[in-house]
Design a protein around this ligand. Structure first.
Ligand SMILES: NC(=O)c1ccc[n+]([C@@H]2O[C@H](COP(=O)([O-])OP(=O)(O)OC[C@H]3O[C@@H](n4cnc5c(N)ncnc54)[C@H](O)[C@@H]3O)[C@@H](O)[C@H]2O)c1
Length: 435
């Protein structure tokens, strides 16, 4: 099968590569000529474990191509996936400009029967609007399907190759059969391909992200109560998560959720609700809790050091919104560092992969450090904001020696409070007793 992928960012690049890996010939398209030029040279513009090797192999085998020529890519293919961005607009609604532009360009380029499969996360009703566009511009029959993507940055390839489920929103038996054929290699362990109407497929994606965001806000709220009453969130989390009805994933307290999806998707779902006179109160609460949670660590720093932080320097370990990615979009670190800077502090930051992307946000307002220990030099305290594996077993004696005051603010509960006590380190974490 020949496939065009329109939009070669996190989702488009990973999906295109994985479709090529299963034997298809794939044409990845982007309007960003610089990105395409890099990809043509085998340079991967994002950090995603395992991606580079897979891209290079499939390019070498001649199954994976990169181009800015959308029309040619579509002409070569029977299916075009739309994987362009759907960022948050000023009203909170998803901005669909890129979706409609891509749909129009694809419709104008088709030379026979074609499937437009919308992979981007789009509000309910978008499939119908894209069908209208296709009806207006296409000279041949085309079906528009919704195939939302559920991969997670940091384990995107594994998620794509072995998804829990594939959702196909379709009104056409022919398109459903073709899309099933493309996705069958990824569900060989009998995980389901769920076929439904496009409205339901669009909503399934938002329902999933909204549920996960709510779980995070719920456990963060529980953590705050644990602190207030002297309970331990780790014990509560275990007791809660072992209930089979609840499960243990996405129940880790922290510095709030971020990234390119949860914040904007929760907003977009609230907005979709409001368009149908539904006040999505539960999601507004999840969002408010999340905004508050991002300020927990700076508040604790100020409790410890005082409101005015001028003359203070903080080492920050972890900037990306989660480990195993370099993605800084809506990262909680942006809020934490901004609050510290506003209060007059200096920040010495380290992240294994996101330093370059962080520069776009902070410029020269912080200092960047290639190693985590380098960031500690002369700092008053250490803040941990992303749970990279390499932060889990550091040399605590070295941390103590480098810091002016042996204090750690751990936004990810990486360490055992008893160990911190034994090491004589002042240790603040989330939902547990400070020691
Ligand atoms: N990042 C994730 O983890 C993730 C997971 C699941 C779903 N999604 C959804 O997938 C969509 C894409 O997300 P992303 O993170 O890959 O975004 P991204 O910003 O990384 O990539 C989007 C790409 O589309 C390109 N583009 C924009 N308009 C174009 C056009 N008209 N023609 C060709 N290319 C165009 C951009 O240049 C960019 O490279 C969003 O709707 C997002 O919500 C993202």
């Amino acid at each position: 099968m020949n496939i065009a992928i329109v939009g070669s960012g996190y989702v488009g690049l990973v999906s295109g590569t994985c479709y090529a890996e299963s034997g298809n010939e794939v044409f990845c398209v982007d309007i960003d000529a610089k990105r395409i030029a890099q990809l043509v040279e085998g340079k991967i513009p994002i950090y995603e474990p395992g991606l580079e090797e897979l891209v290079r192999r499939n390019m070498k085998e001649g199954r994976l191509h990169f181009t800015t020529d959308l029309a040619e890519a579509v002409r070569q293919s029977m299916v075009s996936y739309i994987a362009v961005g759907t960022p948050m607009s000023a009203t909170g609604a998803a901005d669909l400009t890129a979706i409609f532009k891509a749909a129009e360009d694809i419709a104008k380029s088709i030379t026979g029967y074609h499937i437009l499969a919308i992979k981007s996360t789009v509000p309910v009703g978008t499939n119908a609007r894209v069908r209208d566009i296709v009806g207006k511009f296409a000279k041949h029959r085309a079906d528009v399907c919704s195939v939302p993507e559920f991969l997670k940055e940091g384990s995107a390839i594994e998620d794509f190759m072995r998804p829990d489920r594939v959702v196909i929103g379709s009104l056409s038996d022919q398109a459903t059969a073709i899309l099933k054929e493309i996705h069958n290699p990824f569900v060989r362990t009998d995980n389901p391909i769920l076929v439904m109407d496009p409205h339901s497929a669009e909503l399934t994606k938002y329902a999933s992200n909204a549920m996960l965001a709510m779980r995070i806000s719920f456990i963060n709220e529980m953590a705050n109560l644990c602190e207030a009453v002297g309970a331990d969130i780790n014990s509560v989390r275990r007791g809660l998560g072992t209930d089979k009805r609840i499960g243990s994933s996405f129940l880790f307290p922290g510095v709030g959720y971020g990234g390119s999806c949860f914040p904007k998707d929760v907003q977009a779902l609230i907005h979709s609700g409001s368009e149908h006179n539904l006040d999505f109160a539960i999601l507004r609460a999840a969002e408010a809790v999340n905004a508050r949670q991002k300020r927990q660590i700076p508040a604790r720093v100020k409790q410890h050091f005082g409101q005015n932080l001028s003359g203070r320097t903080f080492a920050i370990w972890g900037l990306a919104f989660k480990p195993r990615t370099d993605d800084m979009r809506e990262a909680p670190s942006l809020v934490v560092i901004e609050e510290l800077l506003q209060a007059g502090a200096k920040c010495q930051v380290h992240d294994p992969e996101a330093l370059e992307n962080a520069r776009a946000y902070f410029g020269d307002r912080v200092s960047y450090h290639k190693t985590n220990y380098e960031a500690l030099k002369g700092a008053d305290a250490l803040l941990i904001l992303t749970e990279w594996n390499e932060f889990r077993h550091p040399n605590f004696q070295r941390i103590k020696a480098e810091l002016k005051e042996p204090v750690i603010f751990d936004g990810r509960n990486l360490y055992d409070p008893d160990l911190m006590k034994a090491l004589d380190l002042r240790y603040y974490s989330i939902g547990r007793h400070p020691v």
